[in-house]
Design a protein around this ligand. Structure first.
Ligand SMILES: *Cc1c(COP(=O)(O)O)cnc(C)c1O
Length: 388
């Protein structure tokens, strides 16, 4: 299989666009407009009859957004893609395009908390049932799939970074005629290509690695022309979670450095994870790249992982002693971040926020940014000493 890094050479990122030559600018323009006018009655009628495809209104089609969609489809090996205003807009529009009242979704446990909450609130209200399965237990997955409408995967999972055999799980879904979707935000197309592994649809929070600079909230789904057309005609225009032209432009810029950034996140995170694993204050490091070989389907690892302190560490003292790692949710940008598990548990204790997330109160999730592994390790080492 071709790795993402080979696919994303600069030539393959050049996507034909139709905005004229725009002064021969090397970067495509931001087509920041809400509507597009017609030069004649005949052209307007041909467009609305469906005889001509061209932008009419940015909620439906915008050239800058289309440029991003084509780049992302190419990277993931999809035939088509749709950009959204957030990862959650991509997830909700995708899921709602495939299910009806009375249907059942099978989902791997410990998925992204707001996806879990979407399933437990809005979907429940429309009598769509979600059954959670252990993604490592292929027998349990095979048992749960018959009769389901959708199989929702996320691998590695959001907090404990449990990596599943995506190819094997997707094959099970296919055998039972169940459409499969995977959230590939963690690995990005550089380190995991779920469509090639047999999944039907791939969703991303583009707010993470695809954007990569912590300056945009966006989402995207990619897959076959037929499945993307289904989302385009059922949920996309009416839920209206449209990606904006400026955000699409930021994502186009972000994608240009995705392979280099992913390699830098991978190397720095692995170096820190190994040093944490050797530290006396640490009980466990949850990082899928620490074994002898990578889990099936993954060709590399990203900058997000977690570890669990041994009993007795003062987590607020650890947190407050850090200077390079900043306290903040999200991840995928240039900067290093931490979230203590206790914070997520505090949120989960609020009404309507409960998540089954497998989090230890002694855990810390780290996003290792691009500042340099040695400096980041000094920061962590000093803060661990302050916690003991
Ligand atoms: C952040 C995140 C999302 C949601 O994306 P938004 O862009 O914040 O809506 C979905 N899945 C995963 C794994 C995430 O980390």
């Amino acid at each position: 299989m071709k790795s993402g890094v080979d696919i994303i050479d600069q030539a393959s990122l050049i996507v034909a666009h139709d905005e004229g030559n725009a002064f021969e600018a090397v970067v495509p323009p931001i087509v920041q407009t809400s509507l597009f006018t017609f030069s004649s009655y005949a052209e307007m009628e041909a467009t609305y009859r469906g005889e001509k495809v061209r932008p009419t209104y940015t909620r439906g089609l915008n050239p800058t957004v289309r440029h991003f969609e084509e780049m992302l489809a190419k990277l993931e090996g999809g035939e088509d893609a749709l950009g959204f205003a957030s990862g959650m807009a991509a997830i909700s529009s995708t899921v709602l395009s495939f299910v009806e009242p009375g249907d059942r979704i099978v989902c791997v446990k410990h998925c992204y908390p707001d996806a879990y909450r979407l399933f437990g609130t809005l979907l429940k209200r429309y009598r769509i049932d979600v059954a959670y399965v252990d993604g490592l237990d292929e027998e349990a997955v095979a048992k749960a799939l018959p009769g389901a409408k959708l199989f929702y995967m996320e691998s590695p999972t959001s907090w404990v970074m449990e990596a599943h055999d995506v190819g094997a799980l997707a094959a099970l879904a296919r055998r039972h005629g169940v459409t499969s979707v995977i959230d590939n935000s963690w690995a990005s197309p550089i380190f995991q290509q779920p469509l090639a592994l047999g999944a039907d649809l791939v969703v991303h929070s583009a707010s993470k690695y695809l954007g990569g600079h912590s300056d945009v909230v966006a989402g995207v789904v990619t897959g076959s022309r037929e499945l993307i057309q289904k989302i385009r005609s059922i949920a996309y225009p009416y839920l209206g979670g449209k990606l904006s032209p400026f955000d699409a432009w930021l994502l186009i810029r972000g994608l240009r450095t995705l392979p280099m950034r992913m390699k830098a996140h991978e190397a720095a995170a692995l170096s820190i994870a190994r040093r944490l694993a050797d530290h006396d204050a640490v009980e466990t490091v949850c990082h899928p790249g620490l074994g002898n070989q990578l889990p099936p389907g993954l060709s590399g690892t990203s900058g997000l992982f977690s570890f669990i302190f041994r009993e007795g560490a003062d987590i607020p003292a650890f947190t407050n002693a850090l200077s390079l790692f900043q306290l903040g949710v999200s991840w995928g940008g240039h900067e290093s971040l931490i979230v203590p598990g206790r914070i997520v548990l505090a949120q989960a204790a609020q009404p309507n926020s409960a998540v089954d997330f497998g989090i230890s109160p002694r855990s810390i999730r780290l996003h290792v940014g691009l500042e340099g592994a040695d400096m980041l390790w000094s920061d962590l080492e000093g803060a661990i000493a302050a916690a003991l």
